[in-house]
Design a protein around this ligand. Sequence first.
Ligand code: 87F
Length: 506
Amino acid sequence: MATSNTDTSNAARKKEVKKETRLGLTYKKDKDFGEWYSEVCVAGEMIEYYDISGCYILRPWTMAIWETLQAFFDAEIKKMNVKNVYFPLFVTENVLQKEKDHIEGFAPEVAWVTKSGQSEMEIPIAIRPTSETVMYPYYSKWIRGHRDLPLKLNQWCNVVRWEFSHPTPFIRSREFLWQEGHTAFATQDEADQEVLEILELYRRIYEEFLAIPVIKGKKSELEKFAGGFYTTSVEAFIPNTGRGIQGATSHCLGQNFAKMFEINFENEKGEKAMVWQNSWAYSTRTIGVMVMVHGDDKGLVLPPKVASVQVIVIPVPYKDADTQAIFDACRSTVDTLCKAGFRAEVDLRDNYSPGWKYSHWEMKGVPLRIEIGPKDLANKQVRVVCRDNGAKMDIPMHSLVEQVKEILSNIQESLFNAAKQKREACVKVINTWDEFIAALNNKKLILAPWCDEEDVEKDVKARTKGEHGAAKTLCTPFDQPRLPEGTLCFASGKPAKKWTYWGRSY
Ligand code: 87F
């Protein structure tokens, strides 16, 4: 990309502007969703592909969003008295295997370092796929008596899981960023309560920041974290593919890990007792869900609360207009907005046309564009254009701050409402197997009465196996519709115990 250069002649500049006309996406969201998604991640400058499959470069446009989510969550857990720590990236085979049952199914995904330079290492070391086995030996050491409880630690880190299924930026990558919280309590009550408190923070990340509606609920026995007692999650839905996606999880581990790692304490009565533990995590996957839900054929659509640039100001100088005055007006507009607390920037590059800049910032999903041309200058106004619906209005300079505030908050709200409406249109309540299959083929988010038996879920999985993947339970929502007496399970015909969401998933 050429930088501005005062020596560049007008003719040369024009040529440069002309060259740069290829903008816009080649794929359509409704037609080729998978290709559209990869293209929008790259063209929106969030991701760059790397020469190791399943690994992606997270560019500043991504990291700014991650940092916003991080700042929110980090402040909230600190209010709960959770402390941040950092444990090593590496773990020995001995320690990793300590907890055999839970690691067994995951073993193929563990990446190992076997060499240093040209020499084989004496003991190979694994790269953490999650940190239970790294951390819990020290919980055992640090927890002695009831006064050491609760112990509430969190770390912000990367983890590596060498997946073999199709990698997708943010959604399924071999290395990703997350936070993992690991807490220990004297009583189940305290643990139960924290599970839900954390889940509520995850709901807020999705709904308040990313403008994505989620369902809070409990995972089935088959889908829960095998090493735990019960798993809760927030579940999102991607209408275009008809797939559910687990947004974040908050587990109550019960006393399983306490037993294995001997995390004991002396209680108030002087008796030996085992701790109750939780673990919880959300990852950079959140950002992929945001891209999938809000993006359109022009590119990314960023919710104002997370956009690193909320307002982009673009000068629109006509041939004979006073370019300097327009540039000054743009700069002072950005100044006013930044002083009022908005994240605003101006695009003064002289080697791109205004039209090119419009497309560029639309591709990057900036929520609000401000255009300033000679007419706006004369009328002491600016032209604003909303990214989400293309709405245009002229607003007087004197009310700039109040109006921008109002417009951004409306965009945030309407993105959420639009996403919720789209999701609701995909929800299908069913009662029979035939209705279930029909809904599955129609990419629905299925709410079905279920007997809650593991074998029945396995059977549903087996019966729906196909090129698009099997159907499974997403969650049993905490918010349960009424289950009329005598309702039968859609799959087994036995008495139904609960309403559960089913579908294909990521
Ligand atoms: C892959 C390889 C090895 C998931 C893995 O959800 C181990 C694992 O334990 C593994 N993939 N898991 C489950 C992670 C459970 C739990 N860990 C702490 C969480 C929240 C944060």
